[in-house]
Design a protein around this ligand. Structure first.
Ligand code: G4P
Length: 526
């Protein structure tokens, strides 16, 4: 098969959702449809629930699960689908943000009872940064949820994206009858089924067909006719180009746990979702069908075995054909790298592979050479952009409790930061080290892993910090002057970039107003 055909055949995406909206359930059903798994219950939730939050074994187990389910590949109707898992726990949101840089589109799950929740809003902001195409799946229609018009309006307002319903629910909760596919005018009647794949379709010329009254009753048929007329009147025809540009999100309704409405979405997904897209480097746009291989590392996972420092680096192939055992240019590093142990993930299995194509995600066994954001190429010196670090929300000072183990601590901190567990800032004055995270849980994980894997003992002391802002200026003199006058608040991140550590929102605003020539960035992607 030619490289172009391999590219056309692939769809790489992630499912995003606020915890509990149904991401795990939907993932499992998609794998069932793809024939990648045979029974329900096979996909484990990657959630850490509050009851097990302080149970270290649970966290370790969680790490194991998330390696296994990091990428789930399956074939559906001749399309190779790579589904990237995103952590369910919001404390690991940063991991999700990075995963989103490795996909070409997303499916967003919304709970019809709860509507748009906070985590969905944050994730959508990340999608918008890259104009990632979004399909919206409104889930749990078997429950008494909110009015579908109201839900769509909320999605449009809170997520700042135009919606276009492609299916429409008939009733909801106890009276839920099914969904009408506005795209191909098929009616899918609801029969609750947790195991079997429901696939009952009734086709109509249009909703005026009297058969509709027989199937769902006169009242519901009339309501559906009104709804369809209204939707077709209000919304312009669905334009796949606008979806691909990230301007319009097609909306589907269904119930993941009942296998309902998923088929409609998946069939549309493989028709409209983008094949592997081009990716930007610092100097140019790299097209997937370029002959020479290139790719970037977006995630690193420490091996489960603490006796071996092996790690798995997840590489997204951006162009050309990746080959096992071929030496590749490690753009940041001193020497070329060759990988003999390359795995690809098919549903829950890993398999060794010899080659991979754009859109694919492979796992590379690494002994500490790679870090997040690294580019590998077949020769060219270029660097993919767009793996940002976001300003953390919680900051704690690292206090070494065992001076004899200072070296181990430094190494452990460095490696954990390279894995992207959290961000490390070192103050210019006094070299105080501060770890910043998006959630409380990471501090516990870091403390535990430093002890367990590096034999270093730390405590974390609270710090009164509001945000870490990366700072730049076109005027070097002004920047130097700013750094000098605010030196107590200046730190460097792990890559040596300048960071201003702001103590409060109001104070940050004041500093920003007072220094208009300094640019303050809330992500490291500057
Ligand atoms: P998440 O990964 O997004 O966090 O959500 P997950 O799939 O784990 O689903 C969260 C809960 O919502 C689960 O219930 C799941 O069964 C339920 N759920 C998912 N889809 C639907 C749906 O279409 N209708 C209804 N009514 N419920 C749905 P749970 O009680 O937390 O777990 P479980 O014991 O049922 O697995």
């Amino acid at each position: 098969m030619s490289l172009t055909d391999q590219i056309k055949k692939r769809r790489t995406f992630a499912i995003i959702a606020h915890p509990d909206a149904g991401k795990t359930t939907l993932t499992e059903k998609l794998l069932l449809f793809g024939g990648a798994i045979q029974t329900a219950g096979a996909v484990k939730s990657n959630k850490i629930d509050t009851a097990t939050k302080s149970d270290w074994m649970a966290i370790e187990k969680q790490r194991g699960i998330s390696v296994a389910t990091s990428v789930m590949g399956f074939e559906y109707k001749d399309i190779k689908i790579n589904l990237l898992d995103t952590p369910g726990h919001q404390d690991f949101a940063e991991d999700t943000y990075r995963t989103l840089t490795a996909v070409d589109s997303v499916i967003m799950v919304i709970d019809c009872v709860k509507g748009v929740e906070i985590q969905t809003e944050k994730l959508m902001e990340v999608c918008r940064m890259r104009n990632t195409p979004v399909i919206c799946f409104i889930n749990k229609l078997d429950r008494e949820g909110r009015d579908p018009y109201e839900l769509i309006e909320e999605v449009e307002q809170k997520l700042n994206i135009q919606c276009r319903p492609l299916s429409w629910p008939i009733g909801m909760g106890k009276t839920f009858k099914g969904v009408y596919n506005l795209f191909d005018h098929k009616l899918n009647l609801f029969t609750p089924s947790q195991r079997k794949l429901s696939d009952v379709r009734q086709e109509f010329e249009n909703v005026d067909d009297p058969k509709l009254d027989e199937l769902i009753g006169k009242n519901y048929a009339e309501q559906l006719r009104e709804d369809v007329e209204l939707i077709e009147g209000v919304y312009p025809d669905f334009d796949p180009t606008e979806y691909l540009e990230g301007k319009v999100a097609p909306v589907f309704f269904g119930s993941a746990v009942n296998n309902f409405g998923i088929n409609e979405m998946l069939d549309t997904f493989i028709k409209i979702a983008p094949a592997p897209k081009s990716r930007r480097t610092e100097d140019r746009e790299v097209m997937p069908d370029e002959k020479k291989f290139s790719g970037f590392v977006f995630k690193i996972h420490a091996n489960m075995d603490p006796n071996h420092r092996n790690r798995i680096a997840f590489l997204r192939i951006c162009s050309g054909t990746f080959e096992r055992n071929k030496p590749y240019n490690h753009v940041r590093g001193p020497k070329p790298l060759r990988f003999s142990n390359v795995t690809q993930f098919m549903a829950q299995d890993k398999e060794m592979i010899d080659e991979a194509f754009p859109g694919d995600i492979v796992g590379l066994y690494d002994t500490g050479n790679l870090k997040i954001g690294d580019t590998l190429t077949d020769g060219e010196n270029m660097q993919f952009v767009g793996i940002p670090s976001f300003s953390p929300e919680i900051f704690r000072e690292v206090v070494n409790k065992d001076a004899m183990k200072t070296k181990q601590l430094e190494k452990g901190l460095q490696q954990l930061m390279e894995e992207g567990v959290a961000q490390l800032f070192t103050f210019d004055m006094g070299s105080r080290k501060v770890v910043g995270t998006v959630g409380q849980l990471q501090f516990e994980v870091i403390q535990f892993r430093l002890k367990n894997e590096y034999n270093a003992t730390v405590e974390f002391h609270p710090m009164n910090l509001y945000k870490a802002c990366w700072i730049t200026s076109k005027d070097k003199k002004q920047l130097d002057e700013f750094v000098r006058s605010k030196n107590r608040h200046i730190a460097h991140d792990k890559d040596g970039k300048l960071v201003f550590m702001a103590e409060s929102k109001a104070w940050l605003q004041m500093v920003m107003d007072n220094y208009p020539e300094i640019e303050f960035h809330f992500t490291s992607d500057i």
